[in-house]
Design a protein around this ligand. Sequence first.
Ligand SMILES: [Zn+2]
Length: 143
Amino acid sequence: MKIRQGFVSNSSSSSFCLIGLRTSISRFQEEQEVRNCRCEVENIESMKFCPKCGKTVMTTTTDWIEGVDDDGVGSFSFECDYESDDLFIYLPGTYAYSYDYDVELTELPDNIYEQKAALKELAEKYGIWDESKFGFWSGQRYS
Ligand SMILES: [Zn+2]
């Protein structure tokens, strides 16, 4: 799925709106060396290839950093687009979504500015706060 601006005819689309911070998925992920197979072999850590299955012993995977997962970080949720590396961290209760030409009403929470302050505090810990990337975002996906 892809987030784009503009309109493309003859395609199914869905839209989302949210209040939050735009950043990138890669800021919350890191590469990790992990075992490539589950074979039980003594001293396998010292070998390059597994003598039982022939796979390389270790492989590199990309995963969320500590305290972060697909659902989000802390009390905040994510809207992700892996193709573009886009990541939105949004305030609870501010996410709305619709298909094609449906409309949906999402009532906004009363404490938006307190939530923004909490998001700012959290984002600053990760070094990703950028006032110019915080606001009311809308996006569209085409499939
Ligand atoms: Zn193996």
